[in-house]
Design a protein around this ligand. Structure first.
Ligand SMILES: [Zn+2]
Ligand SMILES: [Zn+2]
Length: 155
């Protein structure tokens, strides 16, 4: 837990205006919404205001957005979700309770629904304990087809 604490401690110094802007974007849309780096990039462009380090094109590059998202995740301000296709989504880190929520992820369109299940958490906690591991996060991502994609693929 030492790493977590020191990163939280550094939070103040490391939140540049750009990072704050990305975080504010997530706060605006609220918890439980999952955005890709591309989504965030697009939203930043559409709500473009002058920010310190702008490139000649006037915007923030996708790579910068991605780095910012990873950083905010490492500071535990955002939560990172890995999709079945290797893509990533980011969401506002919830409270301790919400942290352990799970996702149904449609492998076709990427639609994501959250659910909670105490049994999954205790399974993770038990397994961690049995192996002497310290549980940090227990998240289940379920590969699935959403109703509309399932309807589209059935004959
Ligand atoms: Zn989620
Ligand atoms: Zn779908």
């Amino acid at each position: 837990m030492k790493g977590l604490r020191s990163s939280l401690h550094e939070r103040g110094q490391r939140l540049t205006p750009q990072r704050e802007r990305v975080l504010a974007l997530f706060e605006e849309i609220g918890a439980g919404r999952h955005l890709s780096a591309e989504d965030v990039h697009q939203r930043l462009r559409s709500t473009q205001t002058a920010v310190g380090s702008t490139s000649p094109s006037g915007g923030v590059s996708l790579a910068t957005v991605y780095r910012t998202l990873r950083l905010l995740s490492s500071l535990e301000l955002l939560q990172e979700l890995e999709l079945p296709d290797g893509g990533r989504r980011f969401e506002l880190a919830g409270d301790a309770q919400h942290r352990h929520h799970h996702h149904l992820v449609c492998v076709r369109c990427g639609r994501t629904e959250e659910f909670e299940d105490g049994a999954v958490l205790s399974a993770g906690a038990n397994a961690a304990e049995a192996h002497g591991f310290q549980l940090l996060e227990c998240v289940l991502n379920v590969r699935s087809l959403c109703p509309s994609c399932a309807a589209a693929t059935s004959p």
